[in-house]
Design a protein around this ligand. Structure first.
Ligand code: ATP
Ligand code: MG
Length: 611
């Protein structure tokens, strides 16, 4: 390719809204252009890298994961989403539309429904399973805050695979095959990946794993055990830790008390700090109670008095409460993790309740909420009660009356959990439950996810096959996703300098560029010769034949990040300059050897990534 025939569209400055390196460089190098908020076009240069990345995923999913590519539509009938129950529960992320016949349509945010419907239609016997299909296709999610360019877009490309399996053993095989393919893919892209357990079965379970790259702008917090033999790493949304003792201000363990509850007037004591001063005690002696608004919980609260006014919606995927409430009790030096809380309540979301709601469910304002007086289900953290044993004694908590606290609280004597669960946020410094190692944390960005779905969709969408025993059986499912754009951006994020991008060979838009100082005379002749030879050898080469100053051409090629530059100048001929993008110095090489040396450079770089 010659630059005069290509669409090079580089910019000196990135728009002000681009704050991270990859976003700035994708715009400046002419890889993407913004069309609207969260909507990015790939320019021809970007398309070349994008397709290479997609093809690496294709190759590994075909070969290593044993999957077959299919191509569902992006627009999917709303009916299918109503069947699965996600029409209601997916929330405002899902873009819905009506066609001219007033039929509901969905712009795919993900494709479990489409896949399940397609496979369901032809499925009768166990002999057809497993069915392992994937697509690389456009997705749309109406993200509230699209940001960092294509890292979190609204329209984006996802490689998503789905397996339908006859039993758990088969699902395990599919899952492991994808896991292996993921490691191969990220290796070929030159990305250092941190696999983290993303389910609470981290101590033994293997139902969900996220593939993260470390990144200061990462949306995820990773909790990592430093002990390599242990290897525990989890998303903070799921991380668990060893429980420590709750102790008083002298650091002593506190014994159970048989003293009766005692109300104490505590005017102006609202925060944990205020309590610490007022009671002259450690926050490990206080039980913090918080009222949460719970969205779309599918627990059954029908036996509870407080639930009489809560609306329960019938749904094929399981009945649920669009709005309910819970009171969370946790040792006051710890924080509630809302992702863990939502998972515990089988809810799509939890949010701290507003003042009026707190008054309604706690009989008191924020700061005075107590477990004995709250009028909604008590979710008690393991820091307070675990395995039927109180882990705090003689504690202090809100009295459920404005301006009052209560002393000598004994969990299980004075209140009973409705649910006893682990809902704390694990932090740096907490200890690993597996090996006692002291956790550290990192920011990470999720590039991919593998997940055992189980029977969620086959149940709600009524998929069955005739099992080996001749009985109708529900298949189990797995799903496997990689964010293609986010991965591309992450490669740039990890490979750049002040001049621009430094592409790894596997996804570079061109492998070699040739820059003649002037495209005329002997320089033109030498450049054309190397160009023709490299092309004939199957090397992807860009010849900069523009009538620009050499400085402009160098700056563009460096910004674009082509891994190798061959500079042809009349001062150096019959030698040329051979300069890998990542190297600081150029090397003079006889022009007659340039082709062979460039071919070797490209092949070695690819071989190293593919090893
Ligand atoms: P996140 O927590 O970042 O929103 P997710 O858990 O919603 O991700 P999945 O539903 O597992 O993501 O989708 C699979 C992959 O698609 C993710 O690992 C990520 O790489 C990519 N992805 C998800 N949302 C976006 C987005 N808005 N823009 C770009 N890529 C995305
Ligand atoms: Mg998301």
């Amino acid at each position: 390719m010659k630059t005069s025939k290509f669409y090079i569209s580089t910019l000196r400055e990135a728009p002000a809204e681009a704050v991270i390196a990859s976003h700035k460089l994708m715009i400046r190098a002419g890889i993407t252009r913004k069309l609207g908020n969260g909507l990015y076009t790939y320019l021809p240069l970007g398309v070349r890298s994008l397709y290479k990345l997609e093809n690496i995923i294709r190759e590994e999913w075909n070969e290593t994961a044993g999957a077959l590519e299919f191509k569902p539509t992006v627009i999917v009938p709303g009916e299918l989403w109503k069947e699965s129950g996600r029409w209601e529960t997916m929330g405002p992320q899902m873009l819905k539309a009506k066609n001219r016949g007033e039929q509901d349509m969905v712009v795919s945010p993900t494709a479990e429904e489409a896949y399940t419907a397609i496979v369901r239609d032809g499925l009768d016997s166990y002999k057809q399973l497993p069915v392992n299909l994937y697509q690389i296709n456009t997705k749309y999610r109406d993200e509230i805050r699209p940001r960092y360019g294509v890292m979190r877009g609204r329209e984006f490309i996802m490689a998503d695979g789905y397996t339908m399996n006859a039993d758990d053993e088969s699902l395990d095989e599919s899952y492991k095959a994808y896991e292996k393919a993921y490691f191969r893919i990220f290796k070929r892209l030159g990305l250092k990946i941190i696999p983290v357990k993303a389910d609470s079965g981290a101590m033994g379970g293997s139902g969900s794993e996220e593939f993260m790259v470390e990144s200061p702008i990462g949306d995820d917090t990773l909790i990592i055990c430093p002990n390599e033999k242990c290897g525990y790493a989890a998303n903070v949304e799921k991380a668990e830790c060893a429980l420590d003792e709750s102790t008083n201000k002298k650091g002593e363990k506190v014994a159970a008390t048989d003293k009766a509850l005692e109300e104490v007037e505590t005017p102006n004591v609202f925060s944990i700090d205020d309590m610490e001063k007022f009671f002259d005690e450690s926050p490990k002696m206080f039980i913090k109670c918080l009222i949460y608004r719970v969205i779309n919980s599918s627990l059954d609260y029908s036996a509870l008095d407080c639930a009489k006014n809560w609306k329960r919606v019938k749904d094929p995927a399981g009945d649920y409460y669009p709005l309910s409430y819970a009171c969370v009790c946790i040792r006051s030096d710890l924080d509630v993790n809302e992702a863990k809380l939502a998972a515990t309540l089988k809810a799509s979301e939890v949010v701290l309740a507003e003042d009026e709601e707190i008054l309604e469910y706690a009989q008191a304002g924020h700061g005075f909420v107590g477990p004995m007086t709250s009028k909604c289900p008590l979710v008690v953290d393991f820091s307070v009660v675990k395995d039927g044993q109180a882990r705090m004694h003689d504690a202090i908590t809100g009295a459920g009356k404005n301006g009052y606290h209560v002393k000598h609280v004994e969990p299980l004597r004075d209140f009973t959990p409705y649910i006893n669960a682990d809902v704390r946020t694990v932090k740096e410094g907490d200890k690993c439950a597996c090996c006692g190692g002291v956790f550290y944390q990192k920011k990470g960005n999720e590039l991919g996810h593998i997940f055992k779905l189980g029977h969620k969709y086959t149940k709600s969408m009524h998929v069955t096959f005739l099992g080996q025993n001749g009985k109708p059986t529900e298949p189990t499912m797995g799903c496997y996703g990689i964010g293609v754009d986010r991965t591309l951006a992450s490669i740039i994020e990890a490979n750049n300098d002040e001049k621009g991008i430094i592409w790894p060979m596997s996804v570079a838009p061109f492998q070699v560029c040739i820059v003649p100082i002037k495209y005329e005379g002997a320089m033109k002749e030498a450049a054309d010769k190397i160009y023709d030879e490299l092309k004939a050898a199957g090397i992807e080469v860009l010849l900069d034949d523009r009538a620009e100053r050499p400085g402009v051409k160098f700056a563009d090629m460096e910004l674009i990040g082509i891994p190798l530059r061959i500079t042809v100048g009349d001062k150096n001929l019959p030698n040329i300059e051979f300069k890998p993008r990542a190297a600081s110095e150029a090397e003079l090489v006889p022009a007659t050897e340039a082709t062979a040396k460039a071919i070797k450079f490209v092949k070695d770089a690819l071989a190293q990534l593919n090893a």
